[in-house]
Design a protein around this ligand. Structure first.
Ligand SMILES: Nc1nc2c(c(=O)[nH]1)N[C@H]1C(S)=C(S)[C@@H](COP(=O)(O)O)O[C@H]1N2
Ligand SMILES: [Mo]
Length: 447
C-alpha cells in the first residue's frame, strides 16, 4: 500500500509528493549499536512526520477538527500587556535553585538553566543561570559609576548615562561557571537528575555593549600596565584579574542582554564579559577596573577556581574553558515513550573559539558518527547539534563529543581523572553519558 497524501493540515508543498510505502516504514530499524548512517538528516526531515504518524501518539486528525471549537476559539482573548510572560502552561520551565547557605543568605548560590527544556542556542533572559556570591544588589543606575584607574595616564569615571552614548557592538556569547558539572565528576555514583540540575551553569545571550579596548584607550594604559583587576559593586566585592591582551582582544562591557538592558541577576546596569573564559571572571555589577603590573591574586582567584593536580600542586589559572557538549534531548529523568525514531539534540561550545564538529555515539563510545550543526558555529557561542536516532528498545548509551576549530577534543572522564587530583572538580568538560534503559527511562551514567 502506498501513502501518497497527507490527511490534513499539511500544506507544505514540498512534502506533497513524498511517497513512502508501509513496507518502508515497517523495515527493521538499525540496532542502537549501529548508528543509522544512511538515514541522513534531510531524509529524516522529510520522513519523520510520516513515520511518527503511524504511532498512536501522533494519531491523525478525525472529523472533530471541523466542529470542535473550544472557548478560546469563540471568546474574546486576554487584554494587551506591557511586558509579556511565558504561557502559564509552561510554568514548569524554570531555574533550579541551590542556596549555598540556605535562608541565611538566600541570594548566595546558583539558579540553574533548565537546558533540557530549551531549544536553539539563546537562553531566555529570565532563565539565564545566576551564580552569585552575595545575592543580587539593587543598583540605581543614576548613582552607579564605572571607574578606570591604576597604571593609566588619565583615570576616568563613567556614569551609566555616559556609557550608553558610546558606539556599541552585539555578540552572542555563552557564560559558563567553572563549577558547572562539578558534581558529575566528584560524586562517586552518578546523581540521577536532569541535565539542567547537573550541567545548567551554562547560558548564552546576545550581549550588546562597548569593547573594553575603547575605554582603555581613552584612559591611556601605561606600558607597565599588563593586567587589570575588575571589581563588582555587590557586597561580596567579587574581584578577578585578567591579562591586558584579553582586555584589548575581545573583552566587552555589556549593557544589554537579548535586546533589553542587562537583567539584575546578570549584573545590571553593566557587567564585564571575557568571551570563552570561566564564568567567575565575568564580573557583574562592574564598578571598577584597575590597571596593574601583574595578577592581583584576589580571594576569588585563589580560594576557588584553581585546579588541584595529582602531584599535590595546583594549576593557578585556568581562564579558557574547555570544549564541551551535552545532549539535552533525550537526557536525565526523561522517558522515551516507545521505540522508534527520535531526534538527538544538544548544545556544544568551546572557550577557544568555534566548535568544528560534534560526534555522537549510541553505544557508549565504541562507534561515533557526525551530528549536524544547526546554524553557523560562532566563536564563544553555543551551537545546537542534531541527529536522527532510531531506538530499538534495547539499552543504549548516548554520548556527544565536541571538537573545536583548534582541534581540541572533549575528554573522557578517565582523562580528567588522570590530569586532576582526586578532589578536582572545576572545569569539568568531560563527555556526558545518558543511559537509555529497556523501559525507556534515561539515566545519568559514568563511562
Ligand atoms: N560581582 C559579581 N560578579 C560575578 C559573581 C558574583 O557573585 N558577583 N559571580 C561570578 C560567577 S561565579 C559566575 S559563574 C558568573 C555567572 O554569571 P551569571 O550569574 O550572569 O550567569 O558571574 C560571575 N560574576
Ligand atoms: Mo562561577
Amino acid at each position: 500500500m502506498k501513502i501518497t497524501k497527507f490527511p490534513r493540515s499539511i500544506n507544505n508543498d514540498h512534502q506533497k509528493d513524498i511517497v513512502l510505502s508501509q513496507a518502508d516504514l515497517a523495515k527493521p530499524v538499525k540496532t542502537s549499536e549501529t548508528p543509522n548512517k544512511e538515514l541522513d538528516r534531510r531524509k529524516f526531515m522529510q520522513t519523520s512526520f510520516l513515520a511518527l504518524a503511524t504511532t498512536p501518539v501522533m494519531a491523525l486528525a478525525d472529523e472533530s477538527v471541523k466542529n470542535d471549537f473550544p472557548a478560546w476559539s469563540t471568546t474574546l482573548g486576554k487584554g494587551l500587556n506591557e511586558y509579556g510572560q511565558p504561557s502559564k502552561f509552561e510554568a514548569g520551565t524554570k531555574r533550579g535553585i541551590a542556596k549555598a547557605y540556605g535562608d541565611l543568605a538566600p541570594g548566595t548560590g546558583s539558579a540553574r538553566t533548565p537546558i533540557e527544556k530549551l531549544e536553539g542556542i539563546i537562553t531566555p533572559s529570565g532563565l539565564h543561570f545566576d551564580r552569585s556570591h552575595n545575592g543580587t544588589p539593587e543598583i540605581d543606575p543614576s548613582k552607579h559609576q564605572l571607574s578606570i584607574y591604576g597604571l593609566v595616564d588619565k583615570p576616568l569615571n563613567f556614569s551609566v548615562e555616559n556609557l550608553l552614548r558610546y558606539p556599541m557592538i552585539s555578540r552572542t556569547y555563552f557564560v559558563e561557571c567553572a563549577g558547572n558539572s562539578a558534581a558529575n565528576i566528584i560524586a562517586p555514583q552518578p546523581i540521577q537528575a536532569t541535565a539542567g540540575t547537573l550541567h545548567g551553569l551554562i547560558s548564552c545571550s546576545d550581549w550588546t555593549g562597548i569593547p573594553l579596548s575603547v575605554l582603555l584607550k581613552e584612559a591611556g594604559v601605561n606600558p607597565a600596565g599588563k593586567w587589570i583587576v575588575a571589581e563588582g559593586a555587590d557586597a561580596a566585592g567579587m574581584s578577578r584579574s585578567f591579562p591586558m591582551e584579553k582586555a584589548m582582544d575581545n573583552a566587552m562591557i555589556a549593557l544589554y542582554q537579548n535586546g533589553e538592558r542587562v537583567r539584575p541577576e546578570q549584573g545590571y546596569p553593566m557587567r564585564l564579559l571575557l568571551p570563552g573564559w570561566e564564568g567567575n571572571m565575568n564580573v557583574k555589577w562592574l564598578r571598577s577596573l584597575k590597571v596593574t603590573a601583574g595578577p592581583t591574586h584576589t580571594k576569588d582567584e585563589t580560594s576557588k577556581y584553581t585546579d588541584p593536580l595529582p602531584n599535590g600542586k595546583a594549576r593557578q589559572f585556568t581562564f579558557e574553558l574547555g570544549v564541551k557538549s551535552i545532549i539535552t534531548k533525550p537526557s536525565g529523568m526523561m522517558k522515551l515513550p516507545s521505540k522508534g525514531l527520535y531526534e538527538i539534540s544538544g548544545i556544544a561550545w568551546s572557550g577557544a573559539g568555534k566548535v568544528a564538529r560534534v560526534e555522537l555515539s549510541t553505544n557508549g563510545g565504541k562507534d561515533w558518527f557526525d551530528a549536524e550543526l544547526d546554524g553557523p558555529s560562532q566563536a564563544f557561542c553555543l551551537v545546537r547539534f542534531r541527529a536522527p536516532w532510531t531506538w530499538n528498545g534495547e539499552p543504549a548509551f548516548l554520548q556527544s563529543r565536541a571538537i573545536d576549530e583548534h582541534g581540541n577534543v572533549q575528554p573522557t572522564r578517565a582523562a580528567y581523572k588522570a590530569n586532576n587530583a582526586v578532589d578536582g572538580r572545576y572545569h569539568n568538560n568531560t563527555i556526558v553519558t545518558w543511559a537509555v534503559l529497556a523501559d525507556g527511562s534515561v539515566q545519568n551514567a559514568y563511562l
